[in-house]
Design a protein around this ligand. Structure first.
Ligand SMILES: O=C(O)CCC(=O)C(=O)O
Length: 255
């Protein structure tokens, strides 16, 4: 996908999806090709840094939700500043990695999952530590804090629901609500919901939210001291690896 293509990805995709229904053998829409998106301070996969020069305002609703979830877990004042959305199709996986960085690790990492179920492997402080496997279902929130903040983890596979029962109940129907200006829940048109529900029947979306700067901290001015994080790899059967999301050799999972 060229860097120009992701512009208006929703609009470009929904018209095609509505017209042709994305049957087998049809060229994939941008929505189906989408693998990840960054929010707030955009993570640079090459330099493995965050920088103040590459920033877009963090979505307010997600900021507010993250603040509330963190506070409920004993982390008041959490300031959501960076996010990664991972879009998993039924054959996607995410390589083993650690979200290590020069960030303030006393701040938790929040992870929200929607759509199809994933197998999540939580390892130890070393890659070779024996992992604990768990299901991550739609609506699950994982908070990695304290010692678990720096544990290796991976998503080896997506478990698609059996045919006929493909959408988790909470996503099963369109939420009808009168949108208020300050409301966290906004209404969605029936047409848009049809596309969302079609997409979520075969996909998983995971959002991880991070605080980049500790309270009172600012970005150092020199490039050498950009805040950095480790990288990870997401792969899909039968397609080339996303080169921007690398993992160290020998630790790739299912491709
Ligand atoms: O998809 C998940 O549950 C994990 C995502 C993750 O580890 C990451 O984005 O760093």
């Amino acid at each position: 996908m060229s860097s120009e293509e992701p512009e208006n990805i929703w609009k470009k995709s929904i018209d095609v999806i509505r017209r042709k229904g994305c049957g087998k053998g049809e060229p994939k829409t941008l929505l189906e090709k989408l693998r990840w998106v960054t929010l707030g301070y955009h993570y640079d996969w090459n330099s493995k840094t965050y920088s103040p020069d590459h920033f877009t305002p963090f979505p307010e609703e997600l900021h507010s939700l993250s603040h509330k979830v963190a506070a409920a877990c004993g982390f008041p004042g959490f300031n959501a500043e960076a996010g990664i959305l991972n879009y998993y199709r039924s054959d996607s996986s995410l390589g083993i990695h650690i979200d290590e960085s020069k960030l303030d690790h006393t701040r938790p990492l929040l992870s929200f999952s929607f759509g199809q179920t994933a197998v999540f492997l939580l390892c130890g402080t070393k890659r070779e530590d024996r992992p604990t496997a768990m299901f991550m279902n739609s609506g699950d929130i994982m908070v990695m804090s304290g010692p678990s903040r720096l544990l290796y983890h991976a998503v080896p596979c997506i478990i698609s629901a059996p045919a006929g029962n493909m959408l988790p109940p909470c996503l099963g129907q369109r939420l009808e609500t009168e949108a208020q200006d300050d409301d966290i829940i906004q209404s969605v048109s029936e047409e848009d919901w049809d596309v969302c529900s079609w997409y979520m029947q075969t996909s998983r979306v995971n959002v991880t939210v991070r605080q980049v700067l500790a309270s009172g901290q600012t970005f150092p001015s020199s490039q050498a001291s950009h805040l950095s994080t480790d990288s990870c790899e997401k792969s899909e059967k039968g397609t080339p690896k996303n080169k921007k999301r690398k993992s160290k050799p020998g630790y790739e999972l299912d491709t």
